[in-house]
Design a protein around this ligand. Sequence first.
Ligand code: AHR
Length: 497
Amino acid sequence: ISAQTKIEIVSIENSPTISKHIYGHFAEHLGRCIYEGFYVGENSVIPNSEGVRIDIIEALKELQIPNLRWPGGCFADTYHWMDGIGDLEKRPTIVNTWWGGVTEDNSFGTHNFLNLCKELGAEPYLSGNVGSGGVQELADWVQYTNFKGKSPMSDLRRENGKEEPWGVKYWGIGNEAWGCGGNMRPEYYADIYKKYVTFMSDADVEGGIYKIASGASNDDYNWTEVLMKNIPKNMLQGVALHHYSVIDWGAKGPDVNFDEETYFKTMKESWLMEELIVKHTAIMDKYDEEKKVDLIVDEWGGWYEVSEGTNPGFLYQQNTMRDAMIAGMNLNIFNNHADRVKMANLAQAVNVLQAVILTDKEKMILTPTYHVMNMYKVHQDATLIPLSFDSPMYSFDNESLPALTVSASKDSSQKVHISFTNIDTKKSNTVVIDLNEFKLKNINSTILSSISLQDHNSFENPNKITPKNFKDFKFAKGVLELTIPPFSVIVVEGDMM
Ligand code: AHR
């Protein structure tokens, strides 16, 4: 019999909106993410729209993905966008130096990506090349995608068949400038940042374009401090942060056949997200009390050794119930920090790292992470309901971590949703929450769980793990009592009367 955890609702007054962009994705030219993943080409036997797989488009539409970041990652600082427009036959090739050294033919370029985003109903988030590309090159990309009138770049766009601009709002100014983006010092990058954004036109997007500075790796608090101190607020809408749940860069552990010790270490790394957000936010608060600049976690997720027999440079890994735990926990953390975290991008959408979709030729499967994102999408643009509770602990060896993460929201159609993730491998955890202030009726709930932590969907058994209706809760006199099984994710929904 497990003890009960009492969850209190903190006042909802002045509570922030959970930006839908927290549920964002990332698609890099890396391994089989773009080529053989999203993009199979118009002549493929696999059903496609302008060369992009229709099954992937449908799956991402169902997920209501709010934004998609492209073309990298490290690749972005090697990418010259002009090589990916115009006559296919005349496009130069590019060697993907970061990821496997493969030669790409630039057949998937700006038009393909931006048209895809339109079809998905997602905002494009373009990562500009600051490492090896020039100021003019990035300024021209903005003009090419956004300028309505007559100009060299908008004329070129029209020549390439696109009359109306796409109006791209989200722009990253380089990626991991402290590493693959140029190995810069933060002071130097802050200057470079100002120089690049000075020439990126704001004029063609309502409210101006939204510029995101390449942010810190993990706990590099000095990086955030230097950017916040040196970049004027009117030039900066978002500061990025990258944090992967990786146990040891030298020995990342297997994607499927991991033991509990490895699982515990992964969860410990995953929990670090909470501390990182709190500490980076504290620095941002020092320079920006009014919270005008957003924290953008534009790379997060689990990172393991690649699946056996696959190219080490392609970062292909299976996705198990461990990944469902990472997703459920991190999304709860982001929701609960909705006042500062306004965007997050899971790395990556298809066939790379913690993917929501895996493909094998004509076959496609949805991973446990996909299902968690699908269950949690109800929080997009809803009002956060702040909660307070002391989590029971999940212990392994002599260490322990909070077992439960929970977040709640109220949406515009007067529905309340509460998402729970229990990372404990053995213990169920019972929670009690008084929901009387919302006068709820029609309570229902959905669970994602499986027999073993290593369970995953495969091309042979694509529906081993899918969300199921969960009836094992009590709701009486406005009080919800629910027992969350080990390593499971539950989302409860209720209508306000
Ligand atoms: O997502 C894979 C890589 O991880 C990205 O290219 C880079 O930004 C990060 O180091």
